[in-house]
Design a protein around this ligand. Structure first.
Ligand code: IMP
Length: 214
């Protein structure tokens, strides 16, 4: 089935994560598309029962599209650390517990890396992954994946961003995501390949589904 373009109407951002919603709104800003978030619409947060980023992105986007009758964009994302066999991966949010305690989640990552003896930069490689799903009320959906390579640093650096941003140093950069402004984290505007995993997935989504709206 062909990819479907979004040419008019409201887009639902199917996330309750304020950090993600803010970033997706920033990425959508150059496009003239009215946006509502799952929080604005009081939507329920579906349980993430999938075992891949793709499955969870589909599950969240489809639930919002069905509940609202509008196209919905969901992001499933996480941090995959090589020395931890890809953990926390799809469980990145869960490692922070119900309190969404990311300082604790970052400490857990560091303790596990220390326990593995992963102390050198080469031993601490990781990537952030984001899968965006645009789902329609009739069940059609399209997927877009973005990744950014980097390494885990300790101690955490920077107060900007959210989640694991303060311990992620992208390859070739000297600031962690936590030290970057939104513009620095998203990468150059108008570039098909932004810096962050989310900006990279978004570039594929916007090229394919938004076309000349920008
Ligand atoms: P989920 O996609 O709702 O399962 O949650 C993804 C989790 O991955 C978030 O709660 C963050 O902990 C983490 N994550 C995803 N993207 C980023 C990012 O850009 N910066 C920092 N943490 C992120």
């Amino acid at each position: 089935m062909d990819v479907r373009r979004l040419t008019e109407g409201t887009l639902v951002v199917a996330s309750h994560n304020q950090g993600k919603v803010r970033e997706i709104r920033e990425l959508l800003a150059p496009f003239s598309i009215p946006v509502k978030s799952a929080g604005d619409l009081d939507l329920e947060e579906p349980e993430e029962t999938g075992d891949t980023f793709e499955a969870n992105a589909i599950l969240k986007a489809e639930a919002a599209a069905k509940a609202t009758g509008l196209p919905a964009l969901a992001d499933d994302s996480g941090l995959a650390i090589d020395a931890l066999d890809g953990d926390p991966g799809i469980y990145s949010a869960r490692w922070a517990g119900p309190e969404k305690d990311f300082p604790m989640a970052m400490r857990t990552v560091e303790e596990k890396l220390q326990a593995k003896g992963a102390l050198t930069p080469e031993g601490r490689t990781a990537r952030f992954v984001a899968v965006l799903c645009l789902a329609w009320p009739d069940g059609h959906h399209d997927l877009f994946r973005g990744e950014v390579e980097g390494q885990i640093v300790w101690p955490p650096r920077g107060e900007k961003g959210f989640g694991y941003d303060p311990v992620f140093l992208p390859e070739g950069e000297d600031k962690t995501f936590g030290e970057m402004t939104a513009d620095e984290k998203h990468g150059p505007r108008g570039d098909a390949c932004g810096l962050s995993h989310r900006a990279r997935a978004f570039a594929l989504f916007s090229e394919t589904c938004l076309g000349d709206n920008g």
